[in-house]
Ligand binder design. Sequence first.
Ligand SMILES: *Cc1c(COP(=O)(O)O)cnc(C)c1O
Length: 392
Amino acid sequence: MKTPSPWLKQAALDQRRPTPYTAFDTGEAVAAYDRLVAAFRERTRVQYAVKARPDRTLLTALTERGSSLDVASPAEVEQALDAGCPPQDIACSNVFADARELAFAREQGVTVFTADSVAMTERLAAVCPGASVFVRFAHGHTAGAAQPLAGRFGCPESEAARLALHAVGGGLHLAGLSWHVGSQQYDPTQWERATARAARITRRLRPHGITVEHLNLGGGLPGTYRTDAPPVETYAEAILAAVDRHFPRPHQPRLVLEPGRAVVADAGVTVTSVKAVVDRACGTYVVLDAGLWNAGLLDNLGGIEYRVTFPGHCEDAVTRPVTLCGPTCDPLDTFTAGRAYRAPVALVPGDRAVIWSTGAYCSTSTLVGFNGYPPVPQHVRAAVSEDARPCF
Ligand SMILES: *Cc1c(COP(=O)(O)O)cnc(C)c1O
């Protein structure tokens, strides 16, 4: 398990700050980005998926390090531009972007898009003539991913070559092929299957004189939750080996990696207080002042189980199985868990609980005020790595 930065640890254990709150260490996210780049031995361009956490300070820091940004909507295009990202380094990968959204992106200078349907390639050809397009194919497997993406996104492998030809015929430039093996992917070998598919599609295009210039390896690299995932270096090794196997040099496409979660997840922590410990016939409920709605922990509904610790109690304290809940009166505001959470038997109201790795997909997923509980405040530490400012 990764150790949190000293600032995050201090933020997690600060008894004076009223709960609930989320602390986010931008420097930690930048360090995760650097580690990714190094693990992939600088062979991939990294295109951070803005939706995971769109903080301006973060986008600026990543842009300054050479990251491109992956966006889906006009507002995300604006966020990327505001952060100082040049339009040529912004890619719009929303395969359902409509004509208005595409026109906005084009007007801002965005030239790289993704399509997985004839309708989208035709829309792109009409609204963004001459644009570069990635053809996204479906991974088609659910194995290994906490959040599989099979279904809604990506055309079948059998249609990808035809779609690419259709795009080129419509005056678009084929930038390459893309896929996504599912978010929080625990199995590094899943990229091998996708790369093999990409190689087959590439072979089908060759007789038409069309080259695949880029492979977009998608997202899916993990954060640190209750189930341990291999280190990012293990993924990098497996992925680069798969690319080398299926695309022997010198005819190797350039690589793009599109991480969201792996950059920001572990840079955030949410601190909460126990409001009640209730024994019912069906078990014990621990009610926290941060939950799915006000802390934006919606990923829990999609199979992500956050690590939760109780800092006021020793690690070897006697525990019992409990159901963790947020503060609202919505039954869905409950942490689902395949394996029950456990809390110290001595836990009482007022004790604190720390929910780790809440940096990804949380800050923008909070409900605006369900039951009158506003989004938890976000304390963001700027990306200063040299002088460790004590700003918390
Ligand atoms: C959300 C998204 C990502 C990031 O996925 P993670 O699993 O968070 O790494 C990458 N690419 C696309 C197209 C996405 O929509």
